[in-house]
Design a protein. Sequence first.
Lengths: 278, 110
Amino acid sequence: MSGGERPGDRPRGGAGRRPDASMSLITELVQRPLDPGYAEAARRRGGAARPAAGRAATLLALALVGAVLAVAAVRADERAPAADRGRQELLARVEAGTARADELAGRAAQLRAGNARLQERLGGAAASAAAARADELAVAAGAVAVTGPGVRVVLSDAPPDATTGTGERVVDRDLQVVVNGLWLAGAEAVAVDGVRLTSLSSIRAAGEAVLVDYRPLTPPYAVEAVGGDLQTGLATTVAGRYLQALRDNYGLGAEVEAVDELLLPAAGRLDLRVASAP
Amino acid sequence: MIAAVGLLVGVVAGVLLQPEVPLWLQPYLPIAVVAALDAVFGGLRAVLDGIFDDRVFVVSFVANTVVAALIVYLGDQLGVGSQLSTGVVVVLGVRIFSNAAAIRRHLLKA
């Protein structure tokens, strides 16, 4: 212990003794953190060498310290992030599932293209008439990609409330109303965040996520539609008033803009439900 | 030197063996960690002061750990275990801090 003139180091008894000496817990704690035993032992020992047994005991004690630290560290590592690890695993599984779905969708597109090629090779008047009819319906069915002028409606969550930290969110119903409004306004093709909608597409909610055709999407949601003069069409439908209400009452972002050139992809999945031989 | 070896041996043993901590001992693990750190920093400071003594080191380490554990045990029985744990951690933490500051003054002269 160095610095002998600190208050805590004053000699016991005598004139220098503070009246509250026996109660100065904090002073003792801060001023004399080192065990006073060390100084006393050093005085007693006088400069003699440390005995071998003592060295061994110190080694043992230090080994114990190390073991305690290691065990505590290992335990903390095991226990604390268990919840986080579960979350990470779920995230990895979601990502793997989405990647696999993309891969399968690509494969389905390839097979569809192969089917179309094979259909063309079928001969006969009936077959060509059927092919022509199929081409007519392809846009409405979502079987082919569509380009053209249209509108883009972007729905985004309201900024979080200052007091609660949460804000109003875009829900599945909002997207349903917008999409139905676009169909009503005469849209030829509609896609949400790049997922082309068909007559059998679903827009649902699962928890806080919006699923379109069972694909989870994240806000902001861009609803794109190809068709003539959809902007005024949309404004006159129920959907137009609904968007206005979303903006006014809930603070959601709802931008409607006309776009000269939109490219909507083909639908990911078309099921053949009814077929008959001519 | 020998101290570092002992510490290293302990850490390696703890990591390799991964002894299962019994359930009744688990509340005392954090206290043991803080008491152990206190002993190590106190010992290191004593070494730098040139007054290190094996007996004092071992006895103070064991005694501090036992007393800290006793206080926590008593607190558990009285229903204020977490508060007393906090108290022990604060007291030992202040000591660790001052010892670390003294060590810093020794080593860095600052």
